[in-house]
Every structure is written in C-alpha cells, then in structure tokens.
Design a protein around this ligand. Sequence first.
Ligand code: SF4
Ligand code: SF4
Ligand SMILES: [Zn+2]
Length: 261
Amino acid sequence: MDIDIIELSERKARFVLSGVSTSFANAIRRSILAEVPVLAIDDVNIYENTSVLFDEQLSLRLGLIPLKTDTQSYVFPEDCNCNGVGCTLCRVSLTLSAEGPKVVYSGDFVSADPKVIPADSTVPIIELKEKHKVVVEAIARLGTGRKHSKWQAGVASGFKNMPVITVSECDYCGKCEEICPRDILKMEGDKIKVVNVIECSMCRLCEGECDMDAIKVSSDPGSFVMTFETTGALTAKEIALEAAGSIKKRAEQLSEIINAL
Ligand code: SF4
Ligand code: SF4
Ligand SMILES: [Zn+2]
C-alpha cells in the first residue's frame, strides 16, 4: 500500500491511496464518516427561553454545533466507570446565557473545559429581540457518526479511481484540448500532454471529440484519490489516524474471534 499526500490542511485532506482494493478504500471512507469519536451536545437543560424558537428547535441547533474534541481526555458514556451517570471523564458542560437584542453565536458558550469549545465561534444560533432571554446548560458527550450525524467529524468523504489517459498517434488537431473542461490536455508543439490527471472527471468528452480514436480514458482499479473535510472538531490528520485505527482495531477483534473458534 502506498499513500501520496496531495493536500493536508487543518480541515481538508486529499491523498492517493494505491495498491488496495475498492473495498478497503470504501472502508476508509466509511470509517471517516462513522467511526471517529467526537464530542457533541447531547442533552440540554433549558432554564429560560423566551426567544422565538421552541425548546426542541433550539436544542437541535445546539446539537449540530461542532465542538473541538480532545479524544484522549474523554471516554464514551457506555465505557465510563460511572456507568453512564455522568462524570468529568464522559461529559462536559457548556453554558449559555444571553439577553436581547443580539444575535447569539456559538462563541457565546462558556465551557467547563477550555479545550472543548465550538470549532467555529461564528455559528449563529438565534436572534434575540428586546427582552428575549436564553439561559441553557448543554451537556456534550462522546459519540460517533454511526449513532447520529451530530457526531460526524469527517464530512464530504469520498473517493474516485485514479484516472489514466493515453494518447496514441494522432493528427494534433487540438479538439480534445478545446473541449476538456478541466484543462487536463495541453498541446505542446506536436504533442498532446496530459497535465494534472488527478483532476480529470472522466467525462470522456475528449474521447468523443477525437476523430482518430487516439485518446483513451480509463482508470487504475487499484489506485484511489481520497478526499475528505472536517467539521473542525478534529484536524484532518487526527481524523485520518482515528479512522485507520478504528479499522485496525475491528480487524484485530475479528481475528481474535476467528482464532477462538
Ligand atoms: S482530438 Fe484526437 S486527434 Fe485531435 S489532438 Fe486530441 S487526440 Fe489528437
Ligand atoms: S475525460 Fe473529461 S476531464 Fe478528463 S481529460 Fe477528457 S475531457 Fe478532460
Ligand atoms: Zn463517566
């Protein structure tokens, strides 16, 4: 297996994964979406709400605010020694107290753990009019996207096969260069050069335009261009490591079960 990193920033990753099956690439994609644990608001105690939103609507909005997560400091409620009752290892409390007129943003939350704060401070929650008031305590717990999308750390996770473009003898009419919407094909003297093939959408417009049947678009069945973004709860690197770790852990569990038979 080979990994070639194309882009790695705080919130986005793009890499080429080679020498693996489609099933493995898909397992990575699914693991990024469903198996990476992050904190999300799971319970809300509403002490006062005279805003235009019902309590339920307000709670739903709060649940969808991504929270920066320190996965080393928290455990799943079901794995905690407190048996899910609630302690500092399995839950963190965030409070919000605001009075109108003002727009309340995610950054107005005050967290009991300074490391667990909204990933973006500018997510608008509600617009409070004169004398409207909201006082809540939100309880965040660790979970995964498998249970609910509010715990989904990775977003827009997908992959495609690595495109392969070959150009054989042709008359260099340049029609393929003209029609390519992604500027993959370039006329260089009496040659057609393929540039930045990773961006090819495999639309095959170039093939259709070529009267000489000289250009062929195919894909490498064992090489994949993987892409995903993050909500900001974890960095792209942390998500990739957690997702791969989850697959490894489950493979080991399966191996143990089979060996015990
Ligand atoms: S369209 Fe076909 S013949 Fe024309 S330059 Fe492209 S590959 Fe060559
Ligand atoms: S398949 Fe589409 S995107 Fe790819 S080189 Fe041909 S025209 Fe361009
Ligand atoms: Zn606990």
